[in-house]
Design a protein around this ligand. Structure first.
Ligand code: ZN
Ligand code: ZN
Length: 343
């Protein structure tokens, strides 16, 4: 394995350590464990790519199953004896922030679990054993021990201090840990996951100067679980439930709400000036949002009066905050009300 300058730069950014430190750490690990680390209290091992060539290490650790988490072909001769018995699983992803690893967690957890139950030991590897493989191992710990993502990563770091899932994978681990029961039943039913997919799609499309493809729309009929809704001021049709509301202050510093307001004030943001409700896509917007435009107007589906607008590249709220993507209903066109079912 060669460590290129770019890789080291990346590592520096990710870990906050200097390139020299990281290199030294990786070297000392390679000397100590051959670069493969056993995660405490499990029969799960984590490593980079080159360990596949160390058959002596794999045999010594009694590795029966291998999970490869990297894009492209894995050298067939190295995994042949595992692959022919269905004991090799290959997940093809890059270590990029737009990769979706969470959709594989169910598969990898089942694979690892079965292997361990059968008395085997599993090696999860990526290129360097830092981000992708660590994410898969963390997902397994979350699933097995029902622990938060942070705790899972701490456990991994006890065995392998260079572990550092990229920010998007961290986010995915949080979504998984916070919604474990629901995610195990059906990941697509987890609202936080749908929101993550939506934002990722909008961001990727935005970079390509294209309108996004929206796969999931929020409801506009009360079915409980919503404590507020927005109605068209003219015809009273329900236009959004609170489940679809976007808090456009949430991206501001994570501090108490009173000091957050003070900080927002200092940078010239005045909440009292807000003239928009920002939303995730709601089902009645579908015909408009599927036109493929970068921005447009939103009309009430019942009375056709103009109630708002959208802009995938974002818009500035009157309070001073830029919201991206922006789907907005004008406060002057809608009324807030409590749904009947919660009265
Ligand atoms: Zn605002
Ligand atoms: Zn209306």
């Amino acid at each position: 394995m060669t460590l290129h300058g770019a890789n080291l730069k990346d590592l520096e950014l990710k870990t906050g350590a200097s390139a020299g430190d990281v290199l030294e750490k990786i070297r000392s690990f390679r000397e100590k464990n051959g670069g493969m680390d056993k995660i405490a209290d499990t029969r799960l091992y984590i490593s980079g790519m080159f360990v596949l060539r160390r058959t002596d290490l794999l045999e010594a650790a009694n590795i029966t199953h291998i999970v490869s988490v990297l894009r492209g072909r894995v050298d067939k001769t190295l995994v042949e004896q595992y692959a022919k018995n269905g004991r090799h699983l290959h997940i093809e992803v890059d270590d990029d922030e737009d990769e979706n690893l969470i959709e594989y967690f169910q598969t990898t957890n089942a694979f690892i679990d079965k292997a361990i139950q059968e008395g085997g030991s599993v090696l999860v590897h990526c290129a360097m054993g830092i981000s992708r493989s660590a994410t898969i191992c963390a997902a397994y710990l979350i699933y097995k021990k029902q622990i938060p993502a942070e705790t899972a990563i701490d456990i991994l770091r006890n065995s392998r201090p260079i572990v550092c899932p990229n920010l998007a994978f961290r986010k995915q681990l949080d979504i998984y840990a916070d919604n474990l029961d629901q995610a195990m039943r059906n990941l697509d039913d987890v609202p936080e996951y749908q929101r993550y997919l939506y934002r990722r799609e909008v961001e990727m499309s935005r970079l390509a100067h294209k309108a996004p493809t929206i796969n999931h729309y929020g409801e506009d009929e009360t079915s409980g679980g919503s404590d507020m809704e927005l109605k068209c001021r003219k015809c009273r049709r329900t236009l959004a439930l609170s489940k679809s509301f976007v808090d456009h202050y949430a991206a501001s510093p994570p501090v108490t709400s009173s000091s957050r307001d003070r900080i927002l004030n200092m940078v010239g943001v005045n909440k009292n000036n807000c003239q928009h409700h920002f939303l995730d896509p709601v089902v009645w917007m579908k015909p408009e949002l599927e036109k493929g435009e970068m921005e447009g107007k939103l009309e009430c589906p019942k009375c056709s009066s103009k109630v708002g607008s959208y802009a995938w590249h974002g818009m500035k709220c009157n309070c001073g905050i830029w919201v991206t993507p922006a789907i907005s209903l004008a406060k002057s066109k809608v009324d807030e009300s409590r749904p009947r079912s919660t009265l």
